[in-house]
Ligand binder design. Structure first.
Ligand SMILES: NC(=O)C1=CN([C@@H]2O[C@H](COP(=O)(O)OP(=O)(O)OC[C@H]3O[C@@H](n4cnc5c(N)ncnc54)[C@H](O)[C@@H]3O)[C@@H](O)[C@H]2O)[C@@H](O)CC1
Ligand SMILES: Nc1ncnc2c1ncn2[C@@H]1O[C@H](COP(=O)(O)OP(=O)(O)O)[C@@H](O)[C@H]1O
Ligand SMILES: [K+]
Length: 481
């Protein structure tokens, strides 16, 4: 698992570390790591190559200047462009000058001619988009960009971009990952993120955000043992679909069928198309005729009328784990009394997109992590907030983020697949926060495998679920002793 810490927590940890290490040593460690990645990006041949440093007012610029001094000593032609000449880091500036680096306040030519640009405009103290002078220079960049700590102009704790900002080829970050590296636009703008160890580890407490690695998901994925049968692995119930939207039920039940070896039951008006596509699903027309299940998936394509409300009532009263998606979320938003039917402590995951979230808990806003946590605490459920980066928040404060490599999964019906995956992992007994996180990771990977650079229907994503599970399990096997 990869940990991610907010800027407040990074600063607290840095202050504790700074109190017990020699002055300037952290910055030199950081800058050395930065220069190492820069040299790799310049390869082959570093002597005489042109590196332009964009240097802002704080320590982020200091890192860039010190890295420039290291690069200069390796024969790189380094030019520092000072965006705030009066406030440029004095020791860094002196070190660069001593190593023979050029310093200027007029950066247009240096940016245009660069083989590599190092963005040291702003780091952890960043607020808002790039100021006009920096934005004008950044606009001129054609070379690869290496960002110091983060691409300037991106909000560090949310990954939001509200104006001009750097798009980096790669980012070198120090001590730990920060939220923007895994959230939305920030993740995209960071490029490949390299982590440089500056000794911060012992000072960092529990991470604010967790990212599951493929091997984590592979290790957690349920595998039947010698004594298992179809019931012991957990039976998933799917209550979804309608005469208008039978496809949602077919996709959700299909995902539950492919995700684990446990049995899948279906109830609803789409029993015939379900039987035709998934003969192994036990399909009935009414929830009263459905046998016992360990978890329910409810909502996709179900409708928000009285019929849907009745089924949701019965599902909530059943006292088993629930994944509530789509119309079930709208019903929960419209009829607050439904929440009272749930036995406290019963595992429950809700999977809203932004509009469903807004009905339930107000607008999402810029801070998606805070929004998901707010709703999780208010309703005592695990909230999986959909989007390019999926955020999964638990009422106890745990947050997990699953960044996506592309947006091909943003297609009609792919959310139905996700809810089926979550339901089957809940039925298998996984902790609901991990169930949602593992399902999001498998879903994202299935989308990548299916798309391979072209648009896909949700059915293609669904077909790649077994391959995604194989890849994730192989990742786990490759790191197991
Ligand atoms: N504290 C430490 O021990 C270490 C800090 N390091 C570096 O220090 C950085 C943080 O440095 P600072 O706290 O000095 O601050 P920054 O360098 O992030 O920002 C400096 C100043 O830039 C201005 N600014 C804010 N938003 C801006 C915007 N959008 N456009 C232009 N200017 C803006 C503000 O006046 C801010 O105080 C980290 O990101 C990292 O690069 C590293 O050297 C590792 C060690
Ligand atoms: N920009 C995006 N990049 C990657 N994945 C996305 C993006 N937008 C949505 N998704 C994913 O696609 C799925 C869409 O679900 P949803 O909006 O419920 O659609 P539907 O109801 O049609 O199935 C979710 O799993 C979500 O996380
Ligand atoms: K930066």
């Amino acid at each position: 698992m990869k940990g991610v810490w907010t800027t407040d927590h990074v600063r607290e940890a840095e202050n504790r570390l700074l109190a017990r290490v020699p002055d300037g040593s952290l910055m030199r460690k950081a800058a050395f790591g930065l220069a190492t990645v820069a040299l790799r990006m310049l390869d082959p041949g570093v002597v005489g190559r042109r590196v332009t440093l964009l240097v802002g007012a704080g320590n982020n610029g200091g890192d860039a200047l010190w890295a420039g001094a290291f690069l200069r000593r390796r024969g790189v032609a380094v030019t520092a462009v000072l965006l705030a000449p009066d406030r440029a880091h004095p020791e860094g500036l002196a070190a660069l000058r001593k190593a023979g680096g050029r310093v200027t306040t007029e950066g247009h030519d240096a940016v245009r001619r660069a083989d590599l640009v190092i963005d040291g405009i702003v780091g952890l103290s960043a607020r808002g988009p790039l100021r006009p002078a920096a934005a004008e220079l950044v606009e001129l960049i054609t070379a690869p960009v290496l960002a110091v700590d983060l691409p300037s102009g991106v909000e560090p704790d949310t990954g939001v971009v509200n104006g001009p900002a750097v798009t980096a080829t790669a980012t070198v970050t120090f001590g730990c990952h920060k939220p923007l590296h895994v959230l939305g636009e920030g993740a995209k703008r960071s490029g490949e993120v390299h982590l440089v160890d500056i000794g911060l580890g012992p000072e960092l407490g529990e991470p604010d955000i967790t990212v599951l690695e493929p091997a984590d998901v592979g290790r957690l994925w349920p595998v039947p043992g010698p004594s298992d049968d179809k019931y012991t692995q957990g039976v998933t119930g799917v209550a979804a679909g309608s005469a208008t939207y039978p496809g949602a039920a077919v996709l959700a039940a299909g995902a539950a069928t492919l995700a684990t070896s446990g049995m899948v039951r279906y109830t609803g008006p789409a029993a015939d198309p379900i039987r035709a596509r998934w003969p192994e699903v036990v399909a009935t027309g009414s929830i009263g005729d459905t046998g016992r299940v360990q978890a329910w998936v409810i909502g996709p394509g179900m409708g928000t009328g009285p019929g849907g409300r009745d089924v949701l009532t019965q599902v909530l009263e059943a006292g088993v784990a629930v994944c509530a998606d789509a119309d079930a979320i709208t019903l929960l938003a419209n009829h607050k009394d439904l929440w009272d039917l749930r036995e406290p402590g019963t595992p429950m995951v809700i999977t809203p997109h932004d509009r469903e979230f807004a009905r339930l808990a107000g607008e999402v806003g810029d801070d998606r992590v805070a929004a998901a946590l707010r709703a999780a605490r208010r309703h005592d459920v695990v909230v999986l907030l959909k989007g390019h980066s999926t955020v999964v928040a638990a009422p106890d404060g745990r947050v997990l983020v699953n960044p996506a490599r592309s947006s091909w999964a943003a297609t009609a019906g792919s959310g139905d697949v996700l809810s089926g995956l979550i339901g089957s992992l809940l039925a298998a007994g996984l902790d609901p926060w991990l169930a949602a996180g593992c399902a999001a990771a498998a879903h994202e990977l299935a989308g990548e495998l299916a798309a391979d650079g072209a648009p896909i229907p949700a059915g293609s994503l669904l077909s790649e679920v077994p391959n995604a599970i194989r890849v994730l399990r192989a990742a786990a096997a490759s790191v197991s002793p």
